[in-house]
Design a protein around this ligand. Structure first.
Ligand code: DAK
Length: 258
């Protein structure tokens, strides 16, 4: 496995785990960390032995945002040239499901990173917020868009304009996270969820992820048409034949990802 300085990676069965590892800076996302994170996700994505991924921080912080010290003196042109947004955006190109296991602070870019993942498992101590307004800026990596889709306009406005922070329970109530569990269990819960998904028909999982993501990008008519094309496409796979045959024969299916 590649050598990293800002993250730790390991494979647990068919699940690839990435831990952000800058605890003294509350896992603030600097350029080097983001580069390593994206590299690790791309490596797991290309690995046939991996079916799903989990991204986590530590108990105190998932990530307290982009590294303020790295950008305090940057000009607009430098920010553009650094192009950190494309790093965030590339998470969308990962084909396999990515689950964020969030405990403690998920602020600014940290909240945006969690929202870029496909699902969020939160610990009871998780706190979600977009405090950029306190720094004289606004979210720049999806925090006005994905957040609004997830929690609705009213709550998103409070979070973006007035630094409202959501507790884990509120985040679950507003649909930002999939589930909330005690702090001792959040990572295990995310790993178990990832392992369950990783054991399912690989092609259908990847295409299902694509199809759900279409709902955020296309009109209903376009989204439904894309969903139907993807549905028909899966009838070209052996996994579809196997899945339906196994049902009829009352036995568990053997997925091949073909
Ligand atoms: N950046 C750098 N260092 C950070 C940090 C951050 N975001 N958050 C915390 N740290 C560091 C602190 O400076 C401190 O370091 P030392 O002073 O010990 O060297 C250490 O982590 C521990 O933090 P505190 O001492 O502050 O810990 P507390 O428990 O007292 O407070 C806190 C925890 C999370 C409430 C506080 O640290 C805090 O308010 N942190 C900042 C939260 C924040 O404002 N986050 C938003 C950052 S702006 C982009 C797209 C998106 C973005 C950027 C670019 N592109 C399109 C290019 C995203 C922007 C953001 O996320």
């Amino acid at each position: 496995m590649a050598e990293y300085e800002m993250i730790l990676t390991e494979a647990q069965g068919r699940v690839g785990l990435v831990r952000l590892n800058r605890p003294k800076a509350l896992n603030a996302l600097n350029a080097a960390l983001m580069k390593e994170l994206m590299n690790a996700l791309a490596v797991f994505d290309a690995d046939e032995g991996v079916g799903a991924m989990v991204v986590t921080g530590d108990e105190r912080a998932f990530a307290a945002g982009a590294d303020i010290k790295e950008m305090v003196d940057a000009s607009a042109v430098e920010m553009l040239a650094r192009d950190n947004i494309s790093v965030f955006d590339r998470i969308r190109t990962i084909k396999k499901p990515v689950i964020a296991a969030v405990s403690g602070y998920a602020l600014g870019g940290g909240c945006e990173l969690a929202m870029s993942c496909d699902m969020i498992v939160a610990s009871e101590s998780a706190k979600f917020g977009q405090p950029e307004i306190n720094l004289g800026v606004i979210p720049g990596a999806g925090g006005t868009q994905r957040l609004t889709h997830a929690v609705g306009k009213a709550i998103a406005m409070e979070m973006v304009l007035n630094n409202r922070t959501l507790s884990a329970a509120e985040a679950e109530h507003y649909g930002l996270v999939n589930r909330v569990v005690p702090v001792e269990r959040y990572l295990e819960e995310a790993l178990e969820l990832a392992a369950e998904i990783a054991a399912r028909a690989p092609l259908a999982v990847q295409i299902g992820k694509q199809a759900v993501n279409q709902a955020f990008e296309a009109s209903l008519t376009e989204g439904l048409a894309a969903e139907r094309r993807m549905f028909y496409f899966l009838f070209a796979s052996q996994d579809q034949k196997e899945g339906m045959q196994a049902f009829i024969e009352k036995r568990p299916p053997q997925w091949k990802g073909e």
